[in-house]
Each structure stands twice: as C-alpha cells, then as structure tokens.
Write a protein that binds this ligand. Structure first.
Ligand code: BYC
Length: 336
C-alpha cells in the first residue's frame, strides 16, 4: 500500500487530481461496472468526487481515531502492574500509532495531504471515534478497552477489508490482524484479574459497567438516522449496517461475559429465541451526540494533548527535513 502514495498526479498520468472531476459518461459507466462487479477502485482510476470525499472523510476520521485512541491507554504505560503487562501495552499502543499511519497513507492516495488532515484534527473540525473521549480510571479499564473497544472495532473493521477502495481494504487486513491480538490481550488480562481478589473483580465489573454502553454507541447512529449509510453501502465502502454490526457485537460478547464472570449492565439484555439474537436496551443517543459534538468528558483534553504533541515535535520534523535536504544535495554533488 505504501507505493500507492507515490502515485502522485503530475497532470500527465492518471492520478487523484489528473483525472477529470466531471463525470464523462464512459468513466462513470466504468466506475459503476467495477462497483457492481464487486471489484476494487484504485488511486489511478477515475472516481466520482462524492466517492472520493466520502472515503477521505471516513479514512481520515478512522486514522484520527487510531491516533487519539493511543491516549487513554498510553496514560497507563508507566503504571502497568508488571513488566509483562507494560511490554504488552507498549506494543499495543505502538500498533495503534502504526494503524493511524497506514490509514493516513491510504487517505493520501485520494489526493489529500497529511498536513490537511492534521489541520482538520487540530482545529477541531475533524471527527474521531466518540469512545476515546472517556477517561481510563483504573487498570481494569485497559483490559476492558482491549476486550470491548477493540472487540467492537474488529466487528466494524472486518467488513472494511472488503471495501471497494483498494488501499483502504488492504490497510484494514493488517489492522484487523493486530486488533485481534489487542482484543485477546485485553480479555486475558481481565481473566487474570477475575481470578484475583474481590477488589480486583469489583474493579473489572466497574469498568465493564462504565464502558459497555459507550461501546454499543461506537457503531454509529441507528440505521434510520445514519445519513451516510445508504450511499456508503451502494458504493461498497460499508458492507454491513451500523445496527447489524451492533447486534453482531452484542451476540458475540454475551457468552464471553459469561465465561469472564461479569454482568453486562443492561436489565433488558436477553436472548430472543424467535429472532435468534439478543434483545437489548436503549442507547443514550443524546449523550453520544454531545460527545461527537465536542462536549464529552475528555474531548478538550484529548485535542489539547494532540496539539501539544504536534507542536513539541516541530523541531524533529524540521531536523528530519533539513537532514534529507543535505543528503539530497550531497548525492547531487557526488553525481555531478
Ligand atoms: N464517533 O451516517 P453515519 C478503534 C458520525 S478506531 C464519532 O452512520 P458513517 C481503536 C459519522 O462520522 C475506531 N462520530 O456515518 C483505535 C457521521 O458524521 P460526518 C474508529 C461518529 O460514516 C485505537 C455521523 O456520525 N473506527 O476502534 O456511514 C485503539 C453520522 O453517522 C461515530 C472507524 O473509524 C462515532 N462512534 O458510519 C482501540 C471505522 N459514529 O462524518 C480501538 C471506520 C458515527 O458525516 N468508520 N459518527 O460528519 C466507519 O466504519 C464509519 O464511518 C462509522 C460511521 C460506522 C463509524
């Protein structure tokens, strides 16, 4: 996938900005036929502007989620209870940073620069997942994020491996493999705590109580209030609807909670024999929109941390660019 970011449009070869933005009927027909045949659209191909915009929106939001998602857990690296847990957490948080980079690279193939995407994040214009605006109060939160947040992420992201845009689909294959390790390490950490003291068990239950509903909201608004779904599904970007993924997540998680020995905090959660799936209670969508619109418990803190990291890293970027320029000049001199 990395090589595609070098497919830079120069006006002579087809590329993100070299192809005509206005639909030539033949180009549109070709695009439609690839989508209808469940094929892949690549960066060099003509695509409708709305398709490009939708992808930039979704992929950049996804990338921002990975990067902001490093913060709640990164917060616990210095406080992990053992060397083993510290090493695992460090690797996981680094993986999330890597996911962000694959995804920014995929979005760049659509003709959007990384600087533009960072600007949108740092100015508060861009969205990122609601889930990362909640605090991680205890060590059990780290395990629950692995089990439930990464579990929800995998449920949402596996279908994205079949997304119609090639670079996004290919990036998601590796992301999903790593997310699977993240989910297991979280679950294993919680299994260990549940074999511990009554205080440890209570800590796990408390964390599950605080994160459960937020994880259900991660899948996005209900299908009848999801403005992007119909077109996203038509284009093969989304393969399974928000509500259908949420239901799959609930059905997969209930037996895992039983093995773990925790209660999911929903009195209405029960198996519905006729439907062959679980019924569950109502999600607080007012709270979800509050968080999405910047008013969650940690929104301001998360954004401030990212902006500070960007500002603090300015000298590293400048030094790297200066070094690269010097190397280039040296190579040119030697070649002359
Ligand atoms: N949080 O029409 P809808 C991870 C927005 S990373 C905030 O259904 P769509 C992890 C939505 O953007 C997790 N905003 O939209 C990382 C839209 O607003 P705009 C991130 C949300 O795109 C590190 C509006 O609501 N995963 O798991 O069809 C450590 C209406 O929604 C949320 C991805 O980004 C939300 N939860 O469907 C551990 C996956 N939900 O853009 C774990 C890729 C919705 O029109 N993204 N909104 O202003 C997707 O699959 C889809 O974009 C979504 C939303 C299912 C999220």
């Amino acid at each position: 996938m990395y090589t595609q970011s070098f497919n830079v449009p120069d006006g002579t070869t087809p590329g993100p900005q070299a192809v005509p933005a206005v639909a030539d009927p033949a180009l549109q027909a070709h695009f439609d036929s690839v989508i209808d045949a469940d094929g892949k659209i690549e960066p060099r191909d003509w695509m409708p502007e709305a398709y490009r915009k939708t992808l930039v929106r979704q992929i950049s939001q996804h990338a921002h989620s990975e990067i902001v998602g490093m913060l709640p857990e990164g917060n616990w690296i210095t406080r992990a209870p053992s060397l083993k847990r510290k090493a695992i957490l460090l690797a996981k948080v680094q993986d999330e940073g890597g996911h962000g980079l694959y995804l920014y690279s995929a979005a760049e193939t659509l003709g959007t620069s990384r600087d533009q995407m960072f600007d949108a994040l740092h100015s508060g214009k861009a969205k990122y997942s609601s889930i990362f605006n909640y605090p991680t109060l205890t060590w059990a939160d780290v395990g629950v994020i692995g089990w439930l947040v990464d579990g929800a992420a995998i449920m949402n992201q596996i279908p994205l491996c079949r997304c119609s845009y090639g670079p996004y689909a290919r990036a998601m294959i590796r992301v999903c493999k790593e997310e699977s390790f993240h989910q297991r390490q979280g679950y294993e950490s919680l299994l260990t705590m549940m074999q511990g003291t009554p205080e440890q068990k209570a800590m796990v239950q408390d964390a599950v109580n605080r994160w459960w509903w937020k994880c259900l909201a991660m899948f996005g608004p209900p299908d009848d209030n999801s403005p992007n779904s119909v077109q996203g599904m038509r284009w093969g970007i989304k393969r399974i609807s928000n509500d259908a993924l949420r239901q799959k997540f609930v059905d997969a998680t209930v037996p895992q909670a039983e093995v773990l020995g925790v209660t999911l905090p929903d009195p209405e959660l029960k198996w519905n024999e006729a439907k062959g799936q679980h019924d569950f209670g109502a999600i607080d969508w007012d709270e979800f929109w509050q968080v999405v619109n910047g008013n969650g418990p940690c929104n301001k803190e998360r954004l401030a941390t990212r902006v500070k990291a960007w500002d603090d890293g300015a000298w590293v970027r400048e030094a790297a660019l200066t070094h690269a320029r010097k190397q280039e000049q040296r190579t040119m001199k030697e070649a002359a």
